[in-house]
Design a protein around this ligand. Sequence first.
Ligand code: CA
Ligand code: CA
Length: 160
Amino acid sequence: MRYYLVGLVSFSIVVVVSAGVCPDGWLHNGGSCYAFIDSEPEGWIEAMFYCSTVKAKLVEVESVSENNFLKKHLQEIGTTANYWIGLSDIINEGHYIWQTTQDNVDFSDWATGEPNDLGHTEDCAEFYHPVSFQWNDAPCSTKSNFICEKSSTSVPDVIG
Ligand SMILES: [Ca+2]
Ligand SMILES: [Ca+2]
């Protein structure tokens, strides 16, 4: 039996992950992979941390096509939940930036009247279900679903 096992492991298993492929459970669009996290709603900061632990960022929506892709998926899965995005003015009130990259906001899709900083308590942005997932600012401590994003472009990764 021992010799049999040694024989088995002597075969080299080579797995090549080519560029443009997403991990299981992640959706591919453009140059990115997206994970829609709905199993454990989190506050915005915890959502940022969760995404970092899977080598991703809380989603940053830089274009109308990316925004449409994400909103369309939320419509398709029929969710009534809100989903955090990686946009906040938590550092500098009234100045929203994408928090992982610190990029300024070029494209935006705020719902009418948003961001309104309701009660001076709303510093974190979300896809807001009641308005077809346009963006709303909400209290960062609210526990919501969220979306992680990472690049789908990776160098070949040889395991084995
Ligand atoms: Ca993006
Ligand atoms: Ca608001």
